[in-house]
Design a protein around this ligand. Structure first.
Ligand code: ZN
Length: 371
């Protein structure tokens, strides 16, 4: 029976996808990267570092050992590597625009931290990734999904903001050598949170997925508005004043009038406040004037009902603002405010319990200094 690995499968099997101990063992035996031959169980060295006779002798000497080793690899690591790169499910939003609509869950090993919407836009020349997911494994799955749609290179990885479910897949694209783009404040926010986020990742998705998920910082920054071109396809990137976070960025695809909002819009899942409530409400008002035909939220289904799709979130945030102001006026303590505010909103949002008390606390802290 013959079998052939295609280029994608070859890439899957590169040494970087194999466990460190096996990498060491194979590199020692072969003196270079390895690949599986046309029938899976044989081994050939690839690109030995120079034309080394020593390397060739070493290869012959250890050929038997290698074949035994490769048997384990094929039955074990290849399966694991293939699983790690199984393409993420994506759906088209508009022509050349694809999104993975994430589950409404907290990050776990099972979901690999892929709990925020991520996606990509394909131009004539290259591809822009918009948010990369919550782990290296998730980012690789997104990369595999891109490869199902196009062979064009990934030239930009855009992060809509600092939250870990949006940035920890960045490292999956390093070999594409893209520009990593974010809000002017993004790098500082990543630096400030990286120790906390590393612990968070370890705690939620587990050490095995967390450890290889390196933080990749932006190398291109957006101060206000910036245009990038994917080849006959312009994207307008816009940095916003402190709203959901202090580093929110939107992406507008001019060709299809698709607006990628990051977590400036939550649908179904309760919004989380990590920036400034008044700023977020004001930003939402400004967003309304963007002539979008469809919008992609950071969480929840994409929609063409723009700007009406903003209404539930605006009502939640306005209600939060009103209730916290009332509590402050009545000299309620923070503890009393978090206990009392918002019970009537409970049924409207998924994961309400997890974030609502935090939102009251954030709003209380912000509004107690209000005039
Ligand atoms: Zn967020």
């Amino acid at each position: 029976m013959s079998c052939t690995l295609n280029n994608h499968q070859m890439r899957v099997f590169r040494l970087m996808d194999i466990s460190p101990s096996l990498q060491f063992a194979l590199t020692s035996l072969t003196g270079g990267p390895v690949k599986v031959g046309p029938c899976g169980m044989s081994l050939a060295t690839l690109q030995p570092q120079g034309d080394s006779r020593l390397m060739q002798r070493r290869h012959m000497k250890h050929k038997g050992a290698i074949n035994v080793l490769i048997g384990f690899l094929v039955s074990g690591s290849l399966v694991l590597a293939a699983q790690a790169q199984e393409p993420l499910s994506v759906q088209p939003v508009s022509s050349g625009v694809f999104v993975h609509i994430a589950v409404h869950e907290d990050a776990t090993a099972d979901n690999r931290g892929m709990i925020a919407n991520v996606g990509f836009i394909i131009g004539q020349r290259c591809v822009a990734v918009i948010d990369s997911g919550g782990s290296l494994a998730g980012g690789r799955a997104l990369r595999a999904a891109i490869r199902l749609q196009t062979d064009k290179p990934v030239c930009y990885v855009i992060n809509t903001h600092v939250h870990p479910d949006h940035i920890y897949g960045n490292s999956a694209f390093i070999e594409d050598r893209p520009r990593y783009i974010g809000h002017r404040n993004l790098a500082a926010a990543m630096r400030a949170r990286q120790v906390y986020y590393a612990a968070y990742l370890d705690r939620t998705i587990g050490t095995e997925l967390a450890r290889p998920s390196a933080l990749v910082f932006p190398d291109q920054f957006v101060d206000s508005v910036q245009e990038i071109d994917l080849g006959d396809r312009k994207l307008i990137l816009q940095a916003w004043p402190t709203s959901h976070t202090d580093n929110d960025l939107t992406v507008f695809d001019v060709q299809t009038a698709t607006l990628w909002l990051g977590d400036l819009l939550f649908r179904e899942r309760i919004p989380t406040l990590d920036g400034r409530l008044a700023g977020w409400l004001s930003t939402m008002t400004q967003l309304e004037s963007i002539p979008a035909r469809q919008v992609v939220p950071g969480h929840g289904q994409f929609s063409s009902d723009w700007p009406a799709v903003l209404i539930p979130q605006r009502e939640y945030l306005q209600r939060l603002q009103k209730d916290v102001r009332s509590a402050l006026k009545a000299n309620r303590s923070l503890q009393q405010a978090t206990d009392e505010i918002g019970a009537s909103n409970r049924a409207q949002w998924k994961l309400f319990e997890e974030s609502h008390r935090h939102n009251v606390t954030a709003a209380f802290t912000e509004l107690e200094w209000e005039d």
